[in-house]
Design a protein around this ligand. Structure first.
Ligand code: NAD
Length: 293
């Protein structure tokens, strides 16, 4: 590698991994999309195809661009396919133990020069870097959900991240037609440090009976001009992800103002994880979402 990124591996073919593969393939990068089973990796690829169909319907891309982009993505369940790639972005479940296990498994398979990045929403980049064999070539590249729609990417350096790594990541993200903001490595970075306490407060508002799901979301949409209500947004992000970000803020900043709402904990314990599970603050199993409270 001459410092320029041409080939990209992605760990996790879920909402975010799929979204990153989607935009990278459309921008002309060769993408290797990896998940724990071939079935999950293929399901991620199928979802990308379906999301591209929506972009065709709204005339953002053509059939030919879709076909070309899909042909650049290889779905795999063997991380050995990461050998020789310029950049690998880990977008697996927001759980530090899971991420550490992945780094232990994949680092020996990567080239010495390969840059390893994480899409974590909240976990310390410096601490994750220390669990790899390449802290100078490790950093945070934090995409927003849904990746094909959202313009922002937060770049986060760990204490050891090298300038070359940072610049290669900046160039890569710019080629995806995204705008970069740079955040220091503190819990949840910039966007989620501000957004998640608001969502958590909306859940407290529901928990304390101040308003129903519908009143809270309508209040923030029409009263604060937010495009989506906070509970709708929580379902969209995934309630497990929301809870884990609040836990990271609570543990990392040791301030009780970040205490996760017990109702959020209860929804996660019930497996009501939001849109991806078919149920969260809304029930998505019918034609239109119905509030669950
Ligand atoms: P998700 O649950 O949709 O997908 C996670 C994927 O990781 C699943 O397909 C799972 O099978 C896979 N996975 C788990 N363990 C694995 C392993 N050992 N090896 C390979 N794959 C493995 O979650 P998501 O919403 O896509 O979140 C992924 C990451 O992106 C998290 O770090 C999250 O914090 C971050 N993120 C999420 C959002 C959001 O709005 N959901 C936004 C920005 C960043």
């Amino acid at each position: 590698m001459d410092g320029e990124i041409r080939t990209v591996g992605i760990v996790g073919a879920g909402q975010m991994g799929g979204g990153i593969a989607h935009v990278a393939a459309l921008a002309g990068f060769a993408v290797t999309l990896y998940d724990v089973t071939q079935e999950r990796a293929e399901a991620g690829l199928a979802k990308i195809g379906a999301n591209m169909d929506r972009q065709i319907a709204s005339q953002k891309i053509s059939e030919a661009e879709k076909a070309e982009a899909l042909s650049r993505i290889t779905a795999v369940s063997d991380p050995a396919a990461f050998s020789g790639l310029d950049l690998v972005i880990e977008a697996a479940t927001e759980d530090e133990t899971v991420k550490r296990k992945i780094y232990r498994e994949i680092c020996p398979l990567l080239d010495e020069k390969t840059i390893l990045a994480t899409n974590t929403s909240s976990i310390s980049i410096t601490r994750l870097a220390a669990a790899t064999d390449r802290p100078e070539r490790f950093m945070g590249i934090h995409f927003m959900n849904p990746v094909p729609v959202m313009k922002l990417v937060e770049l986060v350096r760990g204490i050891a991240t090298g300038d070359e790594t940072f610049e290669a990541a900046r160039t890569f993200v710019t080629k995806l037609d995204k705008t970069v903001t740079v955040s220091e490595d503190f819990p949840a970075f910039i966007v989620n440090r501000i957004l998640l306490p608001m969502i958590n407060e909306a859940i407290y508002t529901l928990y304390e009976g101040v308003g129903s799901v519908e009143s809270i979301d309508t209040a923030m949409k029409l009263g604060a001009n937010h495009p989506m209500g906070p509970l709708q947004l929580a379902d969209f992000i995934g309630l497990d992800t929301c809870l884990s970000i609040m836990q990271v803020l609570h543990d990392g900043l040791a301030d009780s103002k970040y205490r996760p709402c017990p109702l959020l904990v209860k929804y996660v314990e019930a497996g009501w994880l939001g849109r991806k599970a078919g149920r969260g603050f809304y029930d998505y199993r019918g034609e239109t979402p119905v509030p669950t409270r």
